[in-house]
Design a protein around this ligand. Structure first.
Ligand code: PLP
Length: 453
């Protein structure tokens, strides 16, 4: 067991190891609001500042090495600076970063995406997952002539006004509302309350289907994350099939948000993995190979209707389709096409080893901790299984979860604060064993402080 007697002692050790990061953190307070450019980069007592990354590892400015299980929130499917991407990026940067004119690379890149994505016959490019879900919402509204977009409670689709609702399930039922009919709860100041009338929050259970039916006349489309990033919770084939059926019956479009699952669960994403093909899908993360890139893919029929007569929906963006991102992204896609028969089974095998190793140990020791996920996704919870839907994320030993993350940092594993983790193709079997041991030790140590015997 640990030599630390309290959270304060453990935190002091982390502070002792990271004097340069502490200095930068203090300096950042003067320039960057709250010191952070994204809330997901938060860490206690402060985040480390990264100096470099290579393969499965990152190093902070104090020279500490971490096994990176955040992998830039799931961007780096091949780890940091894989040769194929690094070489292409260096060459691409010599040629051009941006033209803002059509160029041959956009045809090559969109053709590749269409070859890989089952639902896509046409592609729109943008620069992030947030832009992709925003454009997806617009396509669904334009195509159907209806105004509401439904999303599931607990799902994250980026940070624009139409989706930053009910991402974290509020533990107070007076705020979150009844399970079968969640209240819309905005996640950010500055979102007009009128937006509430253009969205619909669905529960992750069968009552979603009756809500879709009830609102069908107003409902343009349903967005679903095939794996809830928040909790690393797979939605599964059966639920997606039922969702598709009700959407089809009611003339509501179905959009998969494949920003995390695309090119991660399989080359063709969750739609290939579970064999359920949506009307449209949004992409980001892996498709840029580390450069900013987003995309929406859909059928010829849908895209033609919404882009008829000089674009009924506005298609714009200074950086959309820039040659640098497309070159890097294409190198990534080509690598995955060529190596799909090894990359995906390997990610799945390593993910299973990590999750099963953790869950078996916790069960054997009768400890209230578990790990969920699928393929290369994972997340730890301070409660036993089953953890199936976003509402199951409540009732955890929150203090133990907090301390577990401090211990993970102590053991040299980086997972974003209270977030999901990812395995990359750069993680070796030994890395996975090290990550597993770190998670077991971190969980045991944290629980020892908080379980009342
Ligand atoms: C499922 C999902 N959709 C959309 C987004 C937003 O993507 P971005 O951060 O590139 O704007 C994310 C980001 O984590 C995501 O996980």
């Amino acid at each position: 067991m640990t030599k630390f007697k309290s959270r304060e002692e453990l935190m002091q050790e982390l502070i002792n190891r990271t004097p340069e990061s502490e200095k930068l953190w203090n300096e950042a307070q003067e320039f960057v609001p709250g010191g952070l450019l994204s809330v997901a980069r938060k860490f206690k007592p402060y985040p480390f500042y990264t100096a470099k990354g290579k393969g499965a590892y990152i190093w902070d400015v104090d020279g500490n090495r971490y096994i990176d299980c955040s992998t830039a929130y799931g961007v780096l499917l091949l780890g940091h600076l894989p040769e194929v991407v690094f070489e292409t990026a260096s060459e691409a940067a010599k040629k051009a970063l941006i033209y803002c004119t059509p160029h041959p690379g956009e045809i090559e890149y969109t053709r590749r995406l269409i070859e890989c994505i089952p639902c896509a016959e046409r592609i729109l490019l943008c620069n992030s997952g947030t832009e992709a879900t925003m454009q997806g919402a617009r396509i669904m509204r334009s195509y159907t002539g209806k105004k509401r977009i439904a999303k599931f409670e607990g799902a994250y689709h980026g940070w624009h006004d139409y989706v930053q609702w009910n991402v974290i399930v509020n533990s107070d039922p007076k705020i979150s509302g009844p399970v079968e009919r969640p209240n819309p709860v905005s996640e950010s100041d500055g979102i007009p309350s009128e937006v509430e009338n253009t969205i619909l929050i669905l529960p992750f259970d069968e009552s979603a289907f009756s809500l879709i039916e009830e609102y069908a006349d107003e409902l343009a489309g349903v967005m679903v994350e095939p794996v809830f990033g928040n909790g690393s919770l797979p939605v599964g084939k059966e639920f997606l099939e039922s969702l598709q059926e009700i959407c089809r019956t009611k003339d509501v479009l179905l959009m998969f948000d494949e920003v995390k699952t695309g090119f991660r669960m399989a080359l063709g994403g969750a739609q290939e993995y579970w064999g359920v093909i949506p009307d449209l899908a949004a992409y980001g993360k892996v498709i840029g190979g580390g450069a900013p890139l987003g995309a929406v893919g859909t059928t010829k029929e849908i895209m033609n209707k919404v882009t008829q007569s000089e674009f009924s929906i506005s298609v714009a963006g200074t950086y959309s389709g820039n040659p640098f991102s497309l070159s890097v992204g294409l190198a990534m896609l080509n690598y995955l096409v060529e190596n799909k028969d090894t990359v995906y089974p390997e990610l799945e095998r390593k993910g299973n080893r990590l999750r099963e190793g953790f869950n078996e140990y916790m069960k054997l020791k009768n400890l209230p901790a578990s790990m969920t996920g699928i393929g290369s996704f994972f997340q730890t919870h301070m409660k036993p299984l089953p953890v199936i839907g976003p509402r199951d994320l409540g009732g955890q030993l929150e203090d133990a979860l907090y301390d577990m993350q401090l211990f993970l940092r102590y053991y040299g594993v980086h997972v974003a604060w209270f977030h999901d983790g990812f395995i990359s193709a750069a993680h070796s079997d030994q890395d996975i064993e090290d990550v597993l041991k770190a998670h077991i030790d971190a969980a045991e140590n944290a629980l020892a402080w908080h379980l009342v015997s």
